[in-house]
Every structure is written in structure tokens, then in C-alpha cells.
Design a protein around this ligand. Structure first.
Ligand SMILES: Cc1cc2nc3c(=O)[nH]c(=O)nc-3n(C[C@H](O)[C@H](O)[C@H](O)COP(=O)(O)O)c2cc1C
Length: 171
């Protein structure tokens, strides 16, 4: 089995991040992986915003928790958060961002970095208290966020085994 297939088959979501930081060089590789994702009609209307300061990540998690009535929500305390955003009018923006996220997850896993999709901004990013933060992070007003990549090193290195039950139909 080649390394790419091994990486795809062994990636698992991480939800027990340690405080060990991710190097700037590795974060740059993750962004390169995101930028190289396929996009419908090669539009590339996405932007990738990277938060690495604990106070920004906590501030966003707190605001999400408040908005959703989930006190103490912390996004699993990642050391880095990549926020892909896209033009709200982009017909396939959500698909493009999902491809970019998967590239990030696979690239992260290949580097020994754990990751998990965080979905909680989806649908609430135009609430004033959330938009205020997104503005501060430099996310354009006409952009929406569908999913985010929480990143860091796993404390335990242990992952839940997930049975793959999606149907396959070869004819
Ligand atoms: C669209 C989407 C939304 C998700 N949202 C969350 C989320 O908000 N929080 C979370 O912990 N995991 C989230 N996940 C991760 C899934 O729970 C996870 O991929 C699934 O349980 C399979 O586990 P694996 O990633 O370890 O293979 C999401 C995954 C996808 C594709």
C-alpha cells in the first residue's frame, strides 16, 4: 500500500489536543494543501484564516458556545484553527471548502498532526456577535464559514475505531 492510501485509511478525528504548538512550516504546508484542493470551475473564491493565539481560539469558542447555548464549548482546545471561508454567492463554495478541509486533514495526518472538523459556525456566522469576531480576524463581510479545521497533537495518540458502513455498489 502506498503512503497516500495509508494516510487516507488511517486518518481519524482527534479530540484530545495537547498544548504542543504546530510549527509555522507545518502550518504553511497545511495551507498549501488547502490551496491545492479542487474547486468548481476553478473559482478559488475561498480564503483560509489561521488562528494560532490561544486567546483568539478561546474567544471564538466562547462566542459559539454562547450563540448555541453550549456553555463551556471549547472546540477541544486546538492549538491552531484554520477557518476556510467563501463568498456567500459562490454556488459551490461549500463543496470547495469541504475539499480544502479534507486536504488539510490528510496533510495534517501525514505530518503526525491531529485534526477534527468543527461545524458549529455553520449557519451562525452572520450573527452580530460572531461577525464582529470574523471581521476582526480579517474574514470578508461577504464570506461565510461552513466548517473549520481544529488542529493539534493528540495527547493520547488513541483513536476511536469507526466501522465503515457506507454502501458500495459496483455493477
Ligand atoms: C460535515 C462534517 C461535520 C462534522 N462536524 C463535527 C463537529 O462539529 N465536531 C466533531 O467533533 N466532529 C465533527 N465531524 C467529524 C465526524 O464526527 C467524524 O469524521 C466521524 O465521526 C468519523 O470519524 P473519523 O473522522 O475519525 O473517521 C464532522 C465531520 C463532517 C464531515
Amino acid at each position: 500500500m502506498n503512503e497516500t492510501i495509508k494516510t487516507i485509511l488511517s486518518r481519524r478525528s482527534t479530540r484530545d489536543f495537547s498544548d504542543k504548538p504546530i510549527s509555522a512550516a507545518d502550518l504553511d504546508l497545511l495551507i498549501q494543501a488547502a490551496l491545492h484542493a479542487p474547486t468548481a470551475m476553478n473559482k478559488q473564491t475561498f480564503q483560509f484564516t489561521v488562528l494560532t493565539q490561544r486567546k483568539n481560539i478561546e474567544e471564538l469558542a466562547n462566542a459559539i458556545g454562547k450563540a448555541l447555548g453550549r456553555e463551556g464549548y471549547d472546540m477541544y482546545r486546538p492549538v491552531a484553527l484554520i477557518i476556510p471561508s467563501n463568498d456567500r454567492d459562490s454556488l459551490y463554495g461549500r463543496d470547495d471548502n469541504a475539499c480544502a478541509l479534507q486536504n488539510i486533514f490528510l496533510a495534517a495526518h501525514s505530518l503526525g498532526i491531529g485534526s477534527v472538523w468543527i461545524n458549529q459556525l455553520h449557519g451562525i456566522c452572520d450573527r452580530p456577535e460572531i461577525r464582529k469576531l470574523l471581521n476582526r480576524y480579517g474574514i470578508p463581510e461577504n464570506h461565510v464559514v461552513y466548517g473549520m479545521a481544529a488542529l493539534g497533537y493528540s495527547q493520547s495518540g488513541e483513536y476511536k475505531e469507526i466501522e465503515r458502513v457506507g454502501k458500495v455498489n459496483i455493477i
